[in-house]
Design a protein around this ligand. Structure first.
Ligand code: FES
Length: 95
C-alpha cells in the first residue's frame, strides 16, 4: 500500500523534536526499502501544537502525536509495513 505522511516541522513541533523524528523516519524508510511506497511531505503547522511532534498518515487519515524519534521504528514497522495503528499514540485532532 502507498502511504503519504505529512510531518509537521512547524516551530512548536520543532521545539519538541520534529527534526529528529523526521531524520529517523527517513532513515527507517530507506532501511526498510519503502521509498517507492512512502512519500513524506513537510508542513508548517497541523494545529495540534500541544501534542507534538505531530504527523498524519494517509490514506488512513491517522493522526499521531508525541511522535518522538524513539517511536519511529515501531511506526514504520507496525503502521507502514503491517498496517496496524499504534493506538497509544493515535490522536483525534481537536479544532
Ligand atoms: S507546530 Fe506542529 S502542530 Fe503546530
Amino acid at each position: 500500500m502507498f502511504h503519504h505522511l505529512f510531518v509537521c516541522t512547524g516551530p512548536t513541533c520543532s521545539q519538541q523534536g520534529a527534526e529528529e523524528t523526521l531524520q529517523a523516519l527517513q532513515k527507517n524508510i530507506e532501511e526498510q526499502n519503502l521509498r517507492k511506497n512512502v512519500r513524506v511531505t513537510l508542513c508548517r503547522c497541523l494545529g495540534q501544537c500541544g501534542n507534538g511532534p505531530n504527523l498524519v498518515i494517509y490514506p488512513e487519515g491517522t493522526w499521531y502525536g508525541h511522535m518522538e524519534e524513539k517511536e519511529v521504528g515501531r511506526l514504520v514497522r507496525e503502521h507502514l509495513i503491517e498496517g496496524k495503528i499504534l493506538t497509544r499514540l493515535a490522536q483525534i485532532p481537536v479544532d
